[in-house]
Ligand binder design. Structure first.
Ligand code: FAD
Ligand code: UDP
Length: 397
């Protein structure tokens, strides 16, 4: 009998498998319907020997020392700061928008101070910032919004920024200095030998059994287990009882080219041209030296594998119905980007999984304490014949 069945071998599932096996001595079966571990962070050497990310570019960044220290047990790191250019008005300019973006785009020579005033002069007054349009027009005005955000967002999400929660475009800052890094987190690094190698180390423990190419529905009635950790789509778990939660998908077109480099930087965004949103050249991310180079084009899709929860109020409302049900489902724990319907980065999922682990062990500690009390009480009962009722927060007793 397994203590835990973990559905999904991405960050959420693998962190929990590792903690439960190594720290709590639990017997864990982790399964994935895909033929590999590492979930969407899966990377591999392609036919030409170039290390690529199968499900699009994954760049690790976090402000959490705890998350970074935790993952550092399973990998060495390669320092890497991510830089992106956007193709706008026939030029490649830094994205996020910064001082150089504006000077290059408009042929100006502004200083940082002057740019602050310039942004103020073009920004729109928005009394309450609610949507992804509000966020951008209130900072940089309508023209830059249209050049950099409106069409990219329409392509990526299949809807206008005015229909999406402010959290989506808030991911991309605006700067008045010349900092051209995509992220400013304290820790920015890539696993030295790739993500998959890191996951292999996490899961290499005698208490952990791995089963791939398996949907949990195929084994749920066959393999006995005590508790389940579910990291797939929460609406699928409940058979779409309240209707489908919208997820945005992507089609990844991978190419290997007979040239050492292809792009001037790791990623080029195309807000206004092409059906794809961005091209990524992996060698910038991985630091690999190779005479050839591999790139991926991302084509947003309505249907396909669920990659992005879609942040907007009606979806949050629908998710809350599923969450209520999830909270009432005994011995099943929902965690990760799909199971909690959150547009989370990798580090946020690791943090969420570590928090769940803590909760599960606190529960175990409480269970142990109650078992001890039960023993004493039962002994007591046999001595004086009077029963004492015991209750627990978990309702298990
Ligand atoms: P997943 O990695 O999706 O793992 C869930 C697993 O569950 C999957 O492997 C799936 O096959 C399995 N599963 C689902 N249903 C079942 C079932 N019924 N039976 C068995 N198995 C099942 N984050 C960053 O921090 N930096 C980035 O640069 C970044 N770039 C991204 C780029 C793209 C294109 C995408 C889509 C995401 C990106 N992310 C990035 C986010 C990152 O992928 C997620 O935060 C992280 O992978 C989520 O981990 P997870 O374990 O919650 O989910
Ligand atoms: N975005 C945009 N133009 C860009 C980059 C981003 O409009 O050049 C918007 C778009 O809506 C995108 C969101 O900002 O989905 C978040 O961008 P991020 O790069 O964080 O997306 P991810 O890497 O998660 O796909």
């Amino acid at each position: 009998m397994f203590d835990y069945l973990i559905v999904g071998a991405g960050f959420a599932g693998s962190v929990l498998a590792e903690r439960l096996a190594t720290r709590s001595n639990k017997k864990v079966l982790i399964i994935d319907k895909r033929p590999h571990i590492a979930g969407n962070a899966f990377d591999h050497y392609n036919e030409e020997g170039v290390l690529v990310h199968k499900y699009g570019p994954h760049i690790f960044h976090t402000n959490s020392k705890d998350v970074f220290d935790y993952l550092s047990q399973f990998t060495e790191w390669r320092s890497y700061e991510h830089r992106v250019l956007a193709s706008v008005d026939g030029q490649l300019v830094p994205m996020p928008i910064n001082l150089d973006t504006i000077n290059k785009l408009y042929g100006l020579n502004l200083t940082s101070f002057e740019l602050e005033d310039w942004f103020e002069s073009v920004a729109e007054q928005v009394p309450v910032i609610r949507t992804s349009e509000d966020v951008v027009v209130s900072k940089v005005g309508r023209e830059l919004y249209e050049k950099f955000f409106r069409n990219y967002t329409r392509k990526q999400w299949g809807m206008d920024p005015s229909e999406l929660d402010k959290s989506v475009t808030s991911r991309v800052p605006t700067r008045t200095n010349r900092d051209n890094r995509y992220f400013t987190d304290t820790y920015q690094a890539m696993p030295l030998n790739g993500f998959t190698a890191m996951f292999e180390k996490m899961l290499a423990h005698p208490n952990i059994k791995i089963m791939l190419n398996t949907d949990y529905k195929e084994i749920i009635d066959v393999i006995p287990f005590k508790e389940m950790i579910f990291t797939g789509p929460v609406d699928e778990y409940f058979d779409y009882k309240f209707g489908k939660l919208p997820y945005r998908s992507l089609d990844f077109k991978h190419e290997t080219l007979n040239t050492e480099t292809f792009l001037p930087t790791a990623v080029v965004n195309y807000p206004n041209e092409h059906a794809y949103t961005r091209i990524t050249e992996f060698k910038y991310l991985t630091g690999q030296k190779h005479p050839k180079t591999s790139v991926v084009y991302e084509y947003p899709q309505a249907d396909g594998d669920p990659y992005y929860p879609v942040p907007r109020p009606e979806n949050a409302e629908l998710y809350n119905k599923y969450k209520k049900l999830a909270d009432q489902t005994p011995n099943v724990h929902f965690v990760g980007r799909l199971a909690t319907y959150k547009y989370y980065n990798m580090d946020q999922v690791v943090a969420q999984a570590l928090t769940l682990y803590k909760k599960l062990t606190e529960k175990t500690e409480e269970d142990k304490a109650i078992a001890e009390i039960e023993k004493i009480v039962i002994k007591g009962k046999s001595l004086n014949g009077s029963a004492i009722k015991i209750s627990s927060k978990n309702g298990n007793h």
